[in-house]
Design a protein around this ligand. Structure first.
Ligand code: GSH
Length: 213
C-alpha cells in the first residue's frame, strides 16, 4: 500500500492514518506531496482526489482519513478498542472530530513548528476546546484509563493527535487531565517521528501560520 500525504508540518488529516499505520506496524510506502504549490492540483489529481490523505491499495484508492482508517481496521481490528461499548465511543469521538470543532480547526491550524504561540481565540473556539476536553475525559472515564483515550493506542488517539499538536502550539488554558493526555501522545514514537520530519520541512503555508512568538 501507498499512503499519499501532504506537508507533515501542517497536514492534520494526513497525520492521522500515517500515525496509525506506523503505530500498528502496517507496511506502507509514503508518498509526500506539497500542498498549495503550483503543481499541487495535478499532483493530487493523479490519485483521483483533491485532498490528502489517499490510501493506494490493490483494490483501488481510498480518499478521506476516516474512510482510510475504517478500511484498514477491517484487516487490523486491533486499531479499534476490543470492547464493543468502547469501540462505539471511539467511533463517536472520531466522527465528532471529523465533522465538528470547526472554530478550533480554523483558528488554531496545526503547525508542528509552533510552540505555545500567543493567539487570541473566539468564544466559539473556546467552546470547542472545552467540548474536546469533556470528550477526552468521557473516553478515559469509560475506559478507566489515564493512558490513551481507551487504554491502548487506537484510531481515536490518531484522530486527536493533531489536536494535541494544536494545544501544544498555542498558549491556551487547558485542564490537568488534558495536559497529562497530551504528554502521553507527545511521547508516542510515531508522533515524535512525524513531528520531527514536519519541523524539518522548509515549506511555509502563510494561511496556516497563526499566533505570535
Ligand atoms: N475530510 C478529509 C479532509 C482532507 C483535507 O482537507 N486535507 C487537506 C490537507 S490536511 C488538503 O488536502 N487540503 C488541500 C486543499 O484543500 O486543496 C479527510 O479526512 O481526509
Amino acid at each position: 500500500m501507498k499512503l499519499v500525504i501532504g506537508n507533515k508540518n501542517y497536514s492534520s488529516w494526513s497525520m492521522r492514518p500515517w500515525l496509525a499505520m506506523q503505530h500498528f506496524a502496517i507496511p506502507f510506502e509514503e508518498v509526500q506531496l506539497w500542498i498549495f504549490t503550483e503543481s499541487w492540483p495535478q499532483d493530487i489529481a493523479a490519485y483521483g482526489s483533491n485532498t490528502v490523505p489517499v490510501l493506494v491499495t490493490e483494490q483501488g484508492n481510498v480518499v478521506d482519513s476516516l474512510a482510510i482508517l475504517e478500511s484498514l481496521a477491517e484487516d487490523y481490528p486491533q486499531m479499534w478498542p476490543a470492547d464493543k461499548r468502547l469501540r462505539a465511543k471511539a467511533r463517536e469521538a472520531c466522527a465528532r472530530m471529523h465533522s465538528g470543532f470547526f472554530a478550533m480547526r480554523s483558528e488554531m491550524p496545526m503547525n508542528c513548528r509552533a510552540n505555545k504561540r500567543k493567539l487570541t481565540i473566539s468564544d466559539v473556539c473556546k467552546a470547542d476546546i472545552a467540548a474536546i476536553e469533556k470528550l477526552w475525559a468521557e473516553c478515559q472515564n469509560l475506559s478507566q484509563s489515564d493512558d490513551y483515550l481507551f487504554g491502548d493506542f487506537s484510531i481515536a488517539d490518531a484522530f486527536f493527535a493533531p489536536v494535541v499538536m494544536r494545544f501544544a502550539g498555542y498558549d491556551v488554558p487547558l485542564n490537568d487531565s488534558t495536559q497529562a493526555y497530551m504528554q502521553r501522545v507527545l511521547a508516542n514514537s510515531a508522533v515524535q517521528a512525524w513531528v520531527k520530519s514536519g519541523q524539518a520541512e522548509s515549506h511555509v503555508i502563510e494561511e496556516d501560520e497563526a499566533g505570535t512568538h
